[in-house]
Design a protein around this ligand. Sequence first.
Ligand SMILES: [Zn+2]
Ligand SMILES: [Zn+2]
Length: 253
Amino acid sequence: MEVRVLGMHGGEVQESRSSCYLLDGHVLLDAGGGQALLSEGEADGIDGCIVTHAHLDHVYGLPLLLDRRYGCPTLEVRSIAPVIRTLTTHLFNDALWPDLTRIPDRASPFVRFVEVTPEVPVRVAGLEATPVEVSHSVPAVGWLVSLPGERPVVFSGDTGPTTRLWEMATARAARAAFVEVSYPDRLARIAALSGHLTPATLADAIGRLPPGIPIRLIHLKPELAAEIESELAPLLAAHGNIGIARAGATYRV
Ligand SMILES: [Zn+2]
Ligand SMILES: [Zn+2]
């Protein structure tokens, strides 16, 4: 599977873009600010979207993406029920943004939201995707994504210390993982309150993943990135399979 990192940061400062990953060229995982980097043809070619949770740095690009897709087939956006509820109640509510589930008409709207059940796989435009609940400050899931029959790639989304996602990743022999680390250890209290990892709590998460698989670290708060990276240096030196994801990179996993 091919993973193109359109946005990987937990915020936006200058060039950094918030969470958005293009899978195999046509499925979007989260729709933060990174969606702006899609070309016109690429935006039109998106034929599925899965969402980890409803925080703005993961969804604010969705209204803007849909607004680029005139004449395209309805985009199906999948996530767990509380996330769909937040998006329809607070974002596509005809106040903050038009209700694009009714425009131009209910038969063929810009977007259709589809609820998924934790740990039940769904087919998304040729990929198999399984949501697994994680420990964030709002309802949130990580996703295991694969080509049918292959070992999955894990996307943590935003999470603090959690167990089930790593259990599922191990049970299904994940082939690679994109794992968040948002704050330096100095801000461990804020990380705990907001449901994020620091280098110290990340080390525990990595110990629960299949050993030796490629792990790319994501969601660093951009203004804290240098501090996080220096704290990560010993971990990265000890594990050649772990590295910080590069914005704009395409990974074959
Ligand atoms: Zn986030
Ligand atoms: Zn979040």
